[in-house]
Design a protein around this ligand. Structure first.
Ligand SMILES: Nc1ncnc2c1ncn2[C@@H]1O[C@H](COP(=O)(O)OP(=O)(O)O)[C@@H](O)[C@H]1O
Ligand SMILES: [Mg+2]
Length: 240
């Protein structure tokens, strides 16, 4: 289980302290999928960064399967079983796709393993294995490669920040299949930040974050009618 207790993250804005994640508490059970949604600037990516260790919490505690990971840095958290995909994936000039996937898996991968990972996110291994992770890859290709790195090994907790951004409809349905696969693993916990109705409706529980706080949280059955009502527009979304 993931237990997030009273998490607060503050930034300095022109000398003024601002809490962009304010006293957030929630849990994610083993095998559970939590979708976080809410207006832009609400603090979703900041919460994800604090969970994966890129940013350090100013207060609160993060406990993963009974292990307090609050003080762990990003490497230590990755070793403790946290996998993540950024809203804007970083590029690694000079590194090939093949090497990145092996690093992500924590062991050298055979070509057929890389091929399976790439085809799972809709990329053809022949075209991509030897390519560098540089500016020649499109945003959508970067997103799919990054998702493949998360799929390269099992994690206790996977966090995906807006995985749908910049992805075409065909690739999107492949990604949905990959998320279903993670979701079906009973020992993994899955957090997806998304504005996409299809992803929101895959969740076991949905959390809406606004102004750094939890505005509402509940089961899919409770939350979907509140978010979507009769129409299919997500009323909380207001995405970029
Ligand atoms: N390092 C930072 N310094 C100052 N402000 C930040 C920093 N990171 C995020 N913010 C601000 O915090 C708010 C929440 O941002 P973010 O977590 O990216 O929101 P979301 O992912 O929900 O769109 C935004 O107003 C953003 O500009
Ligand atoms: Mg964001």
């Amino acid at each position: 289980m993931l237990e997030v207790k009273n998490l607060t993250f503050k930034v300095d804005e022109n000398g003024v302290e601002r809490s962009i994640v304010q006293d957030i508490s929630f849990t994610v059970e083993d095998g559970e999928m939590l979708v976080i949604t809410g207006p832009n600037g609400g603090g979703k990516s900041s919460l994800a960064k604090v969970l994966i260790g890129i940013e350090k919490a100013d207060a609160g505690q993060i406990v993963l399967d009974g292990e307090d990971i609050t003080e762990y840095d990003i490497d230590h958290r990755a070793n403790a079983g946290v996998g993540f995909a950024f809203q804007q994936p970083p590029r690694f000039k000079g590194m090939t796709v093949e090497r990145l996937l092996s690093l992500a898996a924590g062991k050298p991968l055979a070509e057929c393993d890389c091929c399976e990972l790439l085809s799972g996110v809709g990329l053809c291994a022949n075209e991509y294995l030897k390519r560098e992770i540089d500016g020649t890859l499109s945003g959508g290709e970067m997103k799919r490669l990054e998702i493949a790195t998360v799929l390269a090994k099992p994690h206790k907790l996977c966090v995906f920040d807006e995985p749908e951004a910049g992805i075409d409809l065909w690739s999107f349905s492949m990604l949905v299949d990959q998320f279903e696969k993670i979701h079906s693993k009973k020992d993994q916990k899955l957090i997806l930040i998304s504005h996409q109705e299809k992803i929101i409706k895959m969740a076991d529980r949905i959390m809406v974050i606004e102004d750094g706080k939890i505005r509402s949280i509940g089961s899919k059955e409770e939350m979907v009618p509140k978010l979507f009502g009769e129409s299919s527009d997500c009323k909380c979304a207001g995405r970029k």
